[in-house]
Design a protein around this ligand. Structure first.
Ligand code: SF4
Ligand code: SF4
Length: 129
């Protein structure tokens, strides 16, 4: 198209619409870059605050072994949490909040501690939350 020739009404709207669509696309692209990638990682119930948890947890895997619902796994990437430390698999298995809290009683290192108030959901959060 000749750039110097004035646009007719149809061409004008077509061109304006294309500009708006381009701007919207660019805006969305930038918005995506601005949104931080949040990793949603949970610790098992009774987990103490994350920095203390990392000092205490020996990654012994006991809490993982005793969970009857297979909802804890060991971290396999430093990006999510220290390797081997327990992570609650919330999206697939889901913690059933066992009344006898076997995960907590299995922890001999104080990283998971008894939840006194049964009405409080005490699932721990890692610092990557
Ligand atoms: S409360 Fe029960 S289901 Fe939840 S993590 Fe502990 S052992 Fe597994
Ligand atoms: S039982 Fe305690 S020390 Fe062992 S992996 Fe679980 S939280 Fe860590």
């Amino acid at each position: 198209m000749d750039d110097k020739k004035p646009l007719n009404r149809r061409q004008f709207f077509k061109s304006a619409f294309a500009d708006i669509a381009r701007a919207a696309l660019e805006f969305n692209r930038e918005k995506k870059n601005l949104i931080p990638k949040v990793r949603k990682i949970l610790r098992p119930p009774g987990a103490v605050e994350e920095s203390l948890f990392n000092k205490l947890c020996t990654a012994c895997n006991e809490c993982i072994k005793v969970c009857p619902h297979f909802c804890i796994r060991g971290s396999d990437s430093e990006e999510e949490a220290r390797i081997g430390t327990p992570i609650l698999i919330a999206d697939k298995a889901g913690c059933k909040q066992c009344p006898d809290q076997p995960c907590i009683t299995s922890c001999r290192d104080g990283a998971l501690r008894p939840v006194q108030d049964e009405t409080v959901s005490s699932i721990g959060l890692t610092d990557k939350w």
